[in-house]
Ligand binder design. Structure first.
Ligand code: FES
Ligand code: FES
Length: 159
């Protein structure tokens, strides 16, 4: 398929327009835009390393066409810290040593950020279900679960 199309969307809070191939994925577009914080692992929707937030919900960037972003809001790990401060999840992943090689980390951060925005009262069962959506080959999931639990406590304290 040939011919590029123009797509306009919000990217980490700013208006953005890009020319994309009809078959180009969001993951490929982010690479082309030099936003390399979204790792691409399996490229088939399984590992979750490419998780971003689209219109407040987590999405696999490898499974979504860039042209589907028209009129929508895309958030990536590059937009998670605001005002020079790390997001509570980033702080918590650091505190709980929830990062080893780090390949899965942006995906878990974005997955958990969307979940906590929807429900800061995530219980342990909900956190278990959440972390089962993405793959990590290093940490054993315990530290990731503890980090999300810690960030949830912070989110509940926030004004
Ligand atoms: S790279 Fe997208 S789910 Fe694995
Ligand atoms: S920290 Fe290495 S894959 Fe999760």
């Amino acid at each position: 398929m040939s011919g590029r199309v123009s797509v306009s969307f919000r990217l980490n809070g700013s208006d953005c327009t890009a020319e994309v191939e009809p078959r180009q994925t969001v993951a490929d577009l982010l690479r082309a835009m030099h936003l390399t914080g979204t790792p691409v692992g399996c490229e088939q929707g399984v590992c979750g390393s490419c998780t971003v937030i689209v219109d407040d919900d987590p999405a696999r960037a490898c499974l979504m066409f860039a042209c589907q972003l028209e009129g929508r809001s895309l958030r990536t790990v590059e937009g998670l810290a605001t005002g020079g401060r790390l997001h509570a999840l980033q702080e918590a992943f650091d505190e709980e040593d929830a990062v080893q090689c780090g390949f899965c980390t942006p995906g878990f951060l974005m997955l958990a950020a969307a979940a906590l925005e929807h429900d800061p009262f995530l219980n342990d069962d909900a956190i278990d279900a959440l972390v089962s959506m993405n793959l990590c080959r290093c940490t054993g999931y315990g530290p990731i679960r503890r980090a999300i639990r810690r960030a949830a406590k912070e989110a509940r304290r926030a004004p």
